[in-house]
Design a binder for this molecule. Structure first.
Ligand code: NAD
Length: 456
């Protein structure tokens, strides 16, 4: 089917009104869950072919989040779909006010490769829950994971409701030329700009989940052992190919040595032997990224790691020290297992440096001091983050997930995802039995005064 025909069939289906009832939506979500459960085995097998992601990591960082979103939507959808009552202002009393959610229509979801299942499927779940039709275009780089999603979902869902299209730039461009009612994109900032521009031609609303350099502040009062454990986990999960991973550490000079030692110890504990326990560590997605990452390792500045296995596309967890903002590793988002540590003597200077850069997707603070935490959080703008942890904030569906500035537009997860794929109609309902004359001509000064009282 051509992109035009596929979208036309979804549009016709959407306009028939069949996606509106709660019963229809629950049926789609339940079917979605059933397919996933029945085929879980293939999801593990196929992603392993892409970048040797283990069953444990695939469940913990992908499928568990997808199931959690599905369960939540199935449980809460009835409530989410209900009109929400609002207070009525004096001028409109005794009327009633309410807000009515409605689906946006035909949606395009474009996924990234680094978490190919959850980054593609969570927005699809939100879109279906909100009563839309969806075309999903996952990333061509995670080829096998994308292919299994297409094979399994396209076998069970009719294309008028939900269809997965595999392909790369050419295929994505073909869809971007069409008029959708919503485009949800996850990926890099440069491609985000292409998507935004294409959407503007059709006045299509977008959600852009992008990336950037996410800093982690470590203050002198932090518990360095636990800090190192939590940073190492969040950074080397998926071999650093995580949009919200610590991109670089900003550490107080006073604790630099101790922190570096703790990071090194923790890497040895969490990744004891790459040859005998390969399932603990993910490959780099392709050769191009492998070479890009090796170029970021300044051999003079390696504190630990810096080694690699080209045949297996593995770069061992690497910590760089004596790094400054002028280093190559500080130019762009690293998106791999390289962790630069920059030190500061004055927190204000470190905050200024971050403030003058693009707004990060995530920011982490390791400290027990309320004042310091408040200072960093209020002075720097960023998407979201955590205090005394990394990455875990995105597992709480009550915390809307998304960036700000160049790290993204809009957000999702849980009820926020439902809202992202809905329009909220604001309605005022008036009774017939009350009809005051003040708004109607002939006007008078007395009427103007009453209006002033009612409206102001
Ligand atoms: P990418 O921008 O290269 O690709 C994303 C999608 O866009 C893919 O489906 C791809 O096929 C498509 N695409 C690529 N080039 C295109 C073009 N010229 N025209 C139209 N479509 C095109 O991103 P990626 O390499 O898959 O992912 C890495 C980036 O995504 C990182 O910057 C990372 O931080 C970011 N990311 C953000 C989040 C988030 O939730 N905010 C999550 C994961 C990744």
């Amino acid at each position: 089917m051509t992109p035009e025909n596929l979208l036309a069939s979804q549009r016709e289906f959407f306009l028939s009104g069949q996606t509106i009832p709660l019963k229809f939506r629950i049926k789609q979500l339940t079917k979605f869950k059933k397919i996933l459960l029945e085929n879980e085995k293939y999801f593990y097998e196929e992603i392993y072919k892409d970048f040797s992601k283990s069953k444990f990591e695939t469940y913990a960082t992908e499928l568990s989040l997808v199931y959690s979103e599905l369960n939540l939507a199935i449980k809460k959808l009835k409530k989410w779909m209900k009109p929400e009552k609002k207070k009525t202002n004096l001028a409109n009393r005794p009327g009633k006010s309410y807000v009515l959610p409605e689906p946006l229509g035909c949606c395009l979801v474009i996924g990234a490769w680094n978490y190919p299942y959850q980054l593609s499927l969570i927005p699809v779940i939100s879109a279906l829950a909100a009563g839309n039709t969806v075309i999903l275009k996952p990333s061509e780089l995670s080829f096998n994971a994308s292919a299994i999603m297409a094979k399994i979902f396209n076998h069970v869902f009719i294309p008028e409701i939900f269809h997965v299209v595999v392909g790369g730039v050419k295929e994505t461009q073909a869809f971007l030329n069409l008029k959708f009612d919503k485009i949800f994109f996850t990926g890099s900032v440069p491609v985000g700009k292409i998507v935004y521009k294409a959407a503007a031609q059709n006045m299509t609303p977008v959600t852009l989940e992008l990336g950037g350099k996410s800093p982690t502040f470590v203050l002198p009062d932090a518990n360095l052992k636990i800090t190192a454990k939590r940073i190492v986990w969040g950074k080397f999960l998926n071999a650093g190919q995580t949009c919200v991973a610590t991109d670089y550490i900003l550490a107080d000079k006073k604790i630099e040595k101790e922190l570096l030692e703790e990071l090194k110890k923790e890497i040895e504990i969490q990744f004891p032997n790459f040859d005998t326990i390969p399932e603990n560590y993910v490959q780099i997605i392709n050769e191009r990224n492998f070479d890009r990452l090796l170029n970021l390792i300044d051999k003079e500045k390696v504190y630990t790691g810096g080694t690699f296995d080209r045949e297996k596309r593995i770069i061992h967890p690497t910590v760089l020290h004596n790094v400054t903002f002028k280093d190559t590793s500080m130019d762009d988002e690293i998106f791999g297992p390289i962790l630069p540590v920059i030190t500061f003597e004055n927190l204000d200077d470190a905050i200024e440096e971050v403030k003058h850069r693009p707004k990060p997707l995530a920011l982490y603070i390791f400290s027990k001091k309320k004042r310091t935490i408040k200072k960093i959080q209020s002075e720097i703008s960023f998407g979201g983050g955590a205090v005394n942890d990394t990455v875990m904030h995105l597992t709480n569906h009550r915390l809307a997930f998304g960036g700000t500035g160049s790290s993204g537009i809009g957000n999702y997860h849980g009820y926020t995802g439902f809202k992202t794929f809905s329009h909220f109609k604001s309605i005022l309902k008036k009774p017939y039995w009350y009809e005051p004359k003040i708004k109607y001509a002939p006007y008078s000064e007395k009427k103007r005064k009453i209006l002033k009282f009612l409206i102001e």
